[in-house]
Design a protein around this ligand. Structure first.
Ligand SMILES: [Zn+2]
Length: 213
């Protein structure tokens, strides 16, 4: 496959998606040349430090949606994320699928992860939440979805396509999804440096999400 589009998932979130969960953040409203890189599923002892090195070289900030059990396993990697001034968010304890878990169990996993992240940011794994979970979590967290999906998890595309997707669809305020994971690595290692250098040449800055923006 060599298209920047995918029939399996929307690379660019359609405008009507935000009607489903209006309290969630899909994009930051701004006209400034600013982008919000996000990295899901870490921390990982090899790929997260590589991402942090890329960001440091580019003087870029990002947001890492971490899995609780990975924070417990790699606390020093997690501390480095914080130490280097990036934001962290909750991505459940075990990359939990909202449709395959009871509401109580899901909320327990979120709480357990909150104890480690200490963050008000939350991103549901697979982008899935039940209506009940959404109603509860919107009161306790800032739910962060996305505007552009690089598709770095997709074994059918290469890193060049992932980079082209982001370059084609990102605009001021876009929230962009990558993964600091084993699965994404073959594509991430090509796509991330291309995306950073492309947008920096255009005068963009990369910022982390926080409770205010
Ligand atoms: Zn994930």
């Amino acid at each position: 496959m060599n298209s920047i589009k995918s029939i399996k998932y929307p690379v660019k979130t359609p405008f009507w998606a935000s009607w489903l969960w209006p309290a969630a953040y899909w994009r930051i409203k701004t006209t400034q040349p600013e982008l919000y890189l996000t990295f899901d599923d870490g921390p990982h002892p090899k790929f997260t430090p590589w991402v942090l090195d890329q960001l440091k070289q580019a003087d870029a900030k990002a947001t890492f949606f971490c899995i609780g059990k990975n924070i417990q396993r790699y606390p020093e990697v997690f501390r480095r994320i914080i130490h280097e001034g990036h934001a962290v968010g909750n991505h459940t304890w075990n990359h939990t699928h909202a449709f395959h878990t009871s509401t109580n169990q899901y909320l327990r996993e979120v709480e357990q992860t909150d104890l480690l992240t200490g963050s008000g940011l939350f991103r549901p794994p697979y982008g899935k939440m039940t209506p009940g979970l959404y109603r509860i979590l919107r009161k306790t967290h800032r739910i962060v979805m996305w505007d552009v999906l690089s598709g770095d998890f997709d074994l059918r595309v290469n890193g060049e396509i992932c980079a082209q997707r982001v370059i084609h669809y990102a605009r001021p305020g876009s929230i962009i999804v990558f993964h600091d994971s084993q699965k994404a690595w073959p594509r991430l290692q090509t796509a991330l440096p291309r995306v950073i250098s492309h947008f920096q040449k255009q005068g963009y800055r990369f910022l982390s999400l926080n409770a205010g923006n």
